[in-house]
Write a protein that binds this ligand. Sequence first.
Ligand code: TRP
Ligand code: SF4
Length: 401
Amino acid sequence: MANNQRVLSGMRSSGQLHLGHYHGVLKNWIKLQNEYQCFFFVADWHALTTHYDSPEVIADSVFDMVIDWLAAGVNPSLSKIFIQSQVPEHAELHLLLSMITPLGWLERVPSYKDQQEKLKEKDLATYGFLGYPLLQSADILIYKAGQVPVGEDQVAHVELTREIARRFNFLYGRESGFEKKVDSAIKKMGKKNGRMFEQLRKKYQEQGDNESLSLAQALIEGQQNLNTRDKERLLGYLEGSGRVILPEPQALLTKASKMPGLDGQKMSKSYNNTITLRAKPEKIEQQLMTMPTDPARVRRSDCGNPANCPVWQFHEVYSDDKTKQWAKQGCISASIGCVDCKQPVVDAVITELKPIQQRTQELLEQPDIVKGFLSEGREVARESAKETLQEVRQVMGLSYL
Ligand code: TRP
Ligand code: SF4
């Protein structure tokens, strides 16, 4: 599979996974693994940037998080899963990229100030926290990932990654005799492909036709006769630059999850409004049955309006049209009570989590299997990471032997 078809994403380990993670992130990963080669990793170093004073929280959640991924349907025979700190190559690339990263680029990333504001009780005026998005860039670039599934809040980090890649290629992708090397690479493609490549390039450069760009990129990736260097040259030539050593990734924007929390705000640990993936049925029932409803329905006989009720948002996620119709009518006319209205939601959440929890239990009883998946993922990841790093060292003048 071509590199630009590789998907990579990470998740910080800082606590239990909940329905927000399941509906907002994991279901998307599970879908992607059927379409792309996927790498998913636990971003334990990223978790340390904010939890450096309570590392036990991270250590405790890493393994549980991986088990929850697997239980939810991340399939280790399709996706490679691993732990960031187990692939130390990320750290070396982070260091090397830090040499070419202007401070202002990091200071201007919106999450830098936002998170400092939001997590006021923590001292986040650290070197590591400023470097958070650059570490993320290293995570992505070390695998030359083409697609990075992320939520809205992470798009700026992928954008920074693209800028870093461009700067890197600009600084280190220049070489003498570039044009000549490009010519001979095109020859290696054979007459027909070579001509097609030139046509696509022309169409892209003269008309800005993005489809031609993608077609040409795919054409290059698919050439058996070309080695990595030649492919990088042609990719760069195509876009009018030098060699593309680190390709720019795309953010694969995950649609904002509609998963509400128990109070109607977004479900998030920091709002204390979550239903965790491991919550027992009794707990789920208790949490949903005590959640607030439309404040206008003080008495059972008071009519309500679903638009003012967080339970309604759960119906939007879990109920079919018929149930929604029943809830809406019943609420507006006060023909059902809130307890009645909540019951189908309680049942749906419990039903959804039942098979997941069953698999969780099985995996908890077989930690060696989980460790096996992690070490296999790590091996595959490391191999790919080492390859990139070797090239990076070389162009930065660091290969002495
Ligand atoms: N910063 C991401 C988050 O908070 C986690 C992450 C770390 C990540 N490295 C990544 C996501 C690389 C995508 C790609 O969710
Ligand atoms: Fe909310 Fe349902 Fe009660 Fe209406 S009936 S207020 S939608 S819980």
